[in-house]
Design a protein around this ligand. Structure first.
Ligand code: NDP
Length: 455
């Protein structure tokens, strides 16, 4: 049977674009790709990239204050949000164009429209056109999930945060995950009055307890109000605010409510269930280690599979799929020991086992230190950095590394190489410090602060 394409990709985000490019440019495949929104997906258009630029913009307030403490005669005037937003939009246009060019240069045919799956080898575009393909890759990502409740339609999601007409004065952030914590810090850096409602005992669930407590304390010291064990029970519009009643009865007015309560895989209306593609409870596509679904010609990568929802992981999955299917190089994405950073202020970088996981497993030593880094100490700030290692008592292998502080993102990327390689605590210790740096503390922690014996 002859097909219009060897591969049809639905979704032009990180995973889909990588798979399409490798299949076409290196696998010689005839590839079509449909994207209903802007090319680049969540990461480029409404996620990592604009977020990181906002983190950078937001951090300059403190940097200018620090510069003054170092003797520079500078003064931070008010932040010009419209000016920043215009530049941000131009940058996203540039990146989107770069993504398109990359695909075009690889020979991928782009369809700027929505596509759904009709049968195991056919997709139908919103234009009415049907196209056949030997393989179909679903890379449609995720979408913010807002729990329904009275007035919940008054809240915005992270999607809208990059397009605000003006910076609000008072913001409520609902949720305590990556997105909630990052936006709370970004907005606070811009001078916004920020309150967080988080339903659990501490924000950033899943990260090392000591690390997330350290981040939360620093956020509070920066002026963010964090109300734990609290949810928004009701929201209503008043003439000049959104009035929020919390589950503990507290009532407060805000100009903007950001709901950052998780994301859901984007599978609704794609026609997958009717074909026998197995979906999980949240609508995620169930795939095997080769990213193949229960229908052999259909594969899925990235957030739509709800495995490890991070851009670089989606890229690995897309690449491995293209290598396996179109280059005869069987490859699996490796989901173990994936490092990540939360771009809070201060940042949190983490790879591997937390102390709590180590305690449950038993037989670990904990090395940890907190200190005031030279730069902020000189500037007169109370900020403290946390460095922490979880070490296997028997093998001496470093099982986890957790860093809270400025540039924790850059530090954890490098530490993750050693941890991924299986470096021991003694390997860290044999590495001579680079002085004076923050990261040198990773190789100078001599004595464990705690031991969790075998269980
Ligand atoms: P997360 O899963 O990180 O956080 C969701 C938050 O919302 C949690 O605090 C959760 O609470 C809370 N929540 C969930 N449902 C409800 C509810 N019904 N009512 C009240 N609170 C609720 O999701 P995000 O949306 O922040 O981010 C999505 C994913 O995107 C992340 O998991 C991450 O994989 C990725 N991401 C990565 C970034 C990075 O690498 N820097 C940045 C941004 C996103 P609880 O903890 O109790 O479940």
């Amino acid at each position: 049977m002859s097909f219009d394409y060897d591969l049809f990709v639905i979704g032009g985000g990180s995973g889909g674009v990588r798979a399409a490019r490798i299949a076409a440019a290196e696998g010689g495949a005839r590839v079509g790709l449909a994207e209903e929104s802007r090319m680049g997906g969540t990461c480029v258009i409404r996620g990592c990239v604009p977020k990181k630029l906002m983190v950078n913009a937001s951090g300059f307030g403190k940097t200018l204050e620090d510069a003054a403490a170092f003797g520079w005669q500078v003064k931070a005037e008010a932040f010009d949000w419209p000016m920043f937003r215009t530049k941000l939009e131009a940058e996203l246009d540039r990146l989107e164009a770069a993504y398109r060019n990359t695909l075009k240069n690889a020979g991928v045919i782009i369809h700027d429209t929505r596509a759904v799956v009709l049968d195991p080898h056919t997709v139908r575009l919103a234009t009415g056109e049907s196209l056949t393909a030997k393989h179909i890759l679903i890379a449609t990502g995720g979408w913010p999930h807002v729990p329904e409740g009275p007035g919940s339609d008054l809240a915005v999601t992270s999607n809208e945060m990059f397009h605000l007409d003006a910076l609000p004065k008072r913001v409520l952030v609902v949720g305590g995950g990556y997105i909630a914590s990052e936006f709370a810090c970004i907005l606070r850096g811009f001078g916004v009055d920020v309150t967080m409602y988080y339903r659990g005992a501490q924000i950033l669930r899943g990260f090392d307890d000591e690390a997330r407590t350290h981040v939360a304390a620093a956020m509070q010291a920066n002026g963010i109000t964090i109300r734990l064990h609290t949810e928004a029970a009701r929201m209503e519009r008043t003439p000049d605010a959104i009035r929020v009643t919390a589950t503990d009865g507290h009532v407060q007015d805000f100009d903007l409510v950001l709901c950052a309560t998780g994301r859901r895989p984007n599978t609704a209306g794609l026609g997958l269930e009717a074909l026998g593609v197995h979906l999980g409870k949240l609508g995620e596509i169930i795939v095997d280690e080769w990213s193949q679904t229960s229908v052999p010609s259909i594969y899925a990568v990235g957030d739509v599979t709800n495995r490890v929802n991070l851009t670089p992981v989606a890229i690995r999955e897309g690449h491995a799929f293209a290598d396996t299917v179109f280059r005869a190089v069987p490859s699996k994405a490796d989901h173990a020991m994936v490092a990540s950073a939360v771009f809070t202020q201060p940042e949190l970088g983490a790879v591997g086992m937390t102390e709590e996981e180590g305690k449950a497993r038993g037989g670990v030593e904990i090395y940890a230190t907190t200190f005031r880094p030279m730069k902020t100490l000189f500037a007169g700030r109370p900020d403290r950095v946390l460095m922490k290692l979880v070490v296997d008592e028997a093998t001496r292998q470093v099982l986890g590394c957790h860093i809270v502080g400025p540039e924790a993102d850059e530090m954890i990327q490098l530490a993750a190489i050693a941890v991924k390689m299986g470096a021991t605590k003694e390997d860290f210790d044999r590495t001579v410090a680079v002085h004076p740096t923050m990261a040198e503390e990773l190789v100078t922690m001599r004595k464990p602060v705690r031991r969790h014996g075998a269980v």
